[in-house]
Write a protein that binds this ligand. Structure first.
Ligand code: HEM
Length: 463
């Protein structure tokens, strides 16, 4: 009890971060933060704390959250000194090979270098035919499900050269379902703050509880092995890994798995978020549909990645989707290196945890005018569209993060997002079925990713 009292006194009054505002219990203990995280509520609460306490707040005894645009640069693009805290690194069960999220900085640099050619813009162009081919199929009711199938089929093909066949069977593949179990994963993550409880729980978990994850592993192994045995000459990411001749089989597997998970969830979030917002603003939907159907008057085959690059309104819609529905809504936490660092003008001592929370930052009126409005025009450069949004702070918006750990899949992401949305809207008239209430995006729970609720949409073939 004495220790507890000392800790509370220390955290509230003597701690180097004690001058920063924040809710009392959160400043005194780590526990409220973890409870909120496990309940799928953390980014929402951090957003409301920023609204109440200001731009720089304390959300745990040793942790600050910044919605100041300059904090992006100061935290994420200062070389490799700011590392992800151990509690937020995840090593899949039974695997020890280096993966991009859980490895050391030198290993990370090595893996990113090997993968770089496979994520280049040129390579993405070579992969375009594979993306296009999945868009030829369609049938939809719940767009969350349908786009998730599509995104998984595409990323399987682009990673190890064979799709999951979700669209063919119109059902989730076991792999896809397992990746969806983020809720359990986040409880495990929270427990890492209490090492004793964590090791007890891990030791007493029956192997059957891990069965689904193990099945997924077997399938990943099999896909990667088949791809390796099949030999070179296909523009996919395992091909890129093979070409380097310096990755072990297990490294190829763990990183393929990470790429498939990162590349499917993100695309699904942005596209369902965009469709949800477009359906709520029919005038924006009409503007985009008009632009698509007049730019491509005759054939769907003309809708290529390179042609779509010259449609700024489409990119405006997608950027606005990533602003309001960021795929990683919670802050990507980093440790301040020994010796401390200055973040947005504030000196923060070494060992503290810092981040920029995208959900709170992108909806803060200090950064964006009319922050909750879905306004693709804010991203256009012409005078008439942008004057209402002239005070927007574009540098506050970094959907793919910055620096050494940013998203390597950006070229592929843009290609997929543009092609899927453009072809869908070119071919179908979308509307809300009578009696259906679309989910309110910002009210959905967040367990690392948005807990996307079914989004029923009516598709009528335009031609
Ligand atoms: C809308 C689409 C996407 C968005 C908004 C997005 C965003 C991000 C962000 C913010 C990160 C940094 C995560 C962190 O620091 O914790 C990241 C990492 C990553 N993304 Fe993406 N991503 C998208 C699509 C993709 C695609 C299509 C792929 C693969 C083909 C991909 C592969 C990865 C990988 C492998 C990482 C880990 C990189 C590392 O730690 O070095 N992403 N992404």
């Amino acid at each position: 009890a004495k220790y507890l009292v000392f800790q509370i006194i220390n955290n509230l009054w003597l701690h180097p971060l004690s001058k920063y505002p924040g809710p009392l219990l959160w400043r005194a203990f780590r526990f409220p933060f973890l409870l909120s995280m496990v309940r799928g509520n953390l980014p929402h609460q951090i957003k409301s704390f920023h609204e109440k306490y200001g731009d720089i707040i304390r959300v745990a005894p040793d942790e600050l959250s910044f919605i100041v645009p300059e904090a992006w640069r100061d935290i994420y693009s200062k070389g490799r000194e700011f590392v992800r805290p151990d509690q937020f690194k995840d090593q899949p069960p039974g695997k020890t090979a280096a993966n991009l999220i859980a490895c050391s900085e030198p290993e990370h640099a090595r893996l990113r270098k090997i993968l770089a050619p496979g994520f280049s813009e040129k390579y993405a162009m070579e992969q375009e035919p594979f993306i296009q081919s999945y868009n030829d199929q369609s049938s939809a009711v719940d767009v969350v499900e349908w786009i998730n199938y599509l995104a998984f089929d595409v990323i399987g093909d682009l990673t190890w050269g064979s799709s999951f066949g979700c669209l063919d069977g119109l059902t989730y593949h076991p792999w896809v379902q397992t990746v969806g179990q983020f809720k359990a994963a986040i409880v495990v993550g929270a427990l890492k703050f209490y090492p004793l409880v964590y090791s007890f729980l891990m030791a007493s978990t029956p192997p059957s509880a891990l069965q689904a994850v193990m099945d997924m592993w077997k399938l990943t192994e099999q896909n990667v092995r088949e791809r390796v045995a099949g030999g070179a000459s296909r523009p996919d990411l395992v091909g890129t890994m093979m070409a380097s001749e310096s990755m072990t089989q297990e490294e190829m597997e763990v990183n393929s798995m990470l790429i498939v998970a990162a590349g499917s969830e993100s695309v699904t979030t942005v596209l369902t978020g965009v469709i949800n917002h477009l359906l709520r603003s029919p005038d924006k939907l009409n503007t985009l549909v008009e632009k698509l159907r007049t730019t491509f008057p005759s054939s769907e085959q003309d809708i290529t990645g390179s042609a779509l690059k010259s449609l700024p309104y489409l990119d405006g819609v997608l950027n606005e989707g990533m602003r309001l529905c960021p795929t990683i809504p919670d802050g990507m936490r980093r440790n301040i290196p020994a010796g401390g660092a200055t973040i947005a003008g504030q000196f923060v001592p070494g060992g503290m945890v810092v981040s920029v929370p995208p959900f709170a930052t992108y909806r803060a009126s200090r950064n964006f005018s009319h922050p909750t409005e879905f306004a693709p025009e804010r991203w256009l450069s012409d005078e008439a569209s942008s004057s209402k949004f002239k005070d927007d702070s574009k540098i506050a918006f970094n959907p793919f993060s910055l620096g050494a750990h940013n998203c390597p899949g950006q070229n592929l992401a843009w290609l997929e997002l543009r092609i899927i949305l453009a072809r869908l809207l070119w071919r179908y008239d979308l509307s809300i079925p009578p009696g259906v209430d679309l989910p309110r995006w910002e009210e959905q729970g967040i367990w690392w990713f948005w807990d996307k609720q079914p989004t029923m949409v009516r598709f009528r073939k335009f031609r």
